[in-house]
Design a protein around this ligand. Structure first.
Ligand SMILES: Cc1ncc(C[n+]2csc(CCOP(=O)(O)OP(=O)(O)O)c2C)c(N)n1
Ligand code: SF4
Ligand SMILES: [Mg+2]
Length: 269
């Protein structure tokens, strides 16, 4: 991280909480850079997270107000904070399990109500912190602690889920595209309504090892190779897009389009 951004880290931090190769560290950098480039006064910022490895992105790392809350309840706490102090720039950063599994109802109803929140979902396609259980974003066929014979269920397409629920701005980028990811976070923060950014963030320890990506580089190559832009996706059939990560930005006008997320609709492993 460049020296100019170091002031965003809490003094006394000796080490990151993440395993070597975890994508969440890259996302931490993107969030800090976005806030820095927008020039937001740190006293106007509140980060909210639930429980999980991703929930450690803001707290204990970022030197700003942070609410590290209960598993699945980050969006509920964020809603309360925003209602109590509408001037606050409230940014939720949490995991796919936290936001979409146990917290799924809070997510879709906050989108439906149009609450002015920015929600950043670190999607590593698994419950990382608790030992690699499958969740609603785990690709079909993927191996996990709870699907040793392969996940029989298709994952949610988070872009379509949140857009369908009423979000004003939705984006999806992998951590392998840090610049477009940072710009998307900036646009989400600037959106004066419910905005959501899904971030494909590899988990080498729980997803990678179980799915035979012993080499961290190969796990990043997987995300890189699966990613296709909206423009590239436009000319491809549903079958061709199965398991691909369609990246880009969406608004309510795009609701009729199929998006296609990490592992969406089929085996990506
Ligand atoms: C009410 C409740 N249920 C279950 C848990 C256990 N738990 C903690 S974190 C977690 C999953 C986290 O997964 P995710 O949000 O995807 O974050 P990751 O660790 O993958 O980044 C679970 C099931 C809990 N702490 N509280
Ligand atoms: S278990 Fe996975 S998500 Fe958690 S810190 Fe390690 S690599 Fe990252
Ligand atoms: Mg996860």
């Amino acid at each position: 991280m460049p020296r100019s951004l170091e002031s965003y880290l809490r003094p006394g931090l000796k080490a990151t909480t993440f395993c070597p190769g975890c994508g969440h560290g890259i996302l931490l950098h993107a969030v800090i850079r976005a806030v820095h480039e927008l020039g937001i006064d740190r006293r106007d910022l509140l980060f909210v997270s639930g429980i999980g490895c991703a929930a450690w992105i803001p707290s204990p790392h970022i030197l700003a107000d942070t609410l590290h809350t209960l598993h699945g309840r980050a969006v509920a706490y964020a809603t309360g904070a925003k209602l109590a102090n509408p001037k606050l720039q409230v940014i939720v950063v949490s995991g796919d399990g936290d936001l979409v599994s146990i917290g799924g109802n809070h997510l879709i109803h906050a989108a439906r109500r149009g609450i002015d929140l920015t929600v950043i979902c670190a999607n590593n396609e698994i419950y990382g912190m608790t030992g690699g259980q499958a969740g609603p974003t785990t690709p079909g066929g993927a191996l996990s602690a709870t699907t040793p014979a392969g996940n029989p269920h298709p994952p949610f397409d988070l872009v379509r889920l949140v857009l369908g629920a009423g979000a004003a701005y939705v984006a999806r980028y992998p951590v392998t595209q840090p610049r477009p990811l940072t710009d998307a976070i900036k646009r989400a923060i600037r959106t004066p309504a419910f905005a959501f950014v899904e971030v494909a963030s590899p988990c080498p320890t729980q997803f990678g090892r179980r799915n035979r990506f012993d080499d961290v580089g190969a796990l990043y190559d997987r995300i890189r190779n699966l990613s296709v832009s909206r423009a590239e996706a436009a000319g491809r059939s549903k079958e061709e897009l199965r398991g691909r990560i369609v990246v880009g930005e969406w608004t309510p006008d795009d609701l009729h389009l199929a998006a296609g997320g990490p592992g969406a609709g089929g085996a990506a492993c």
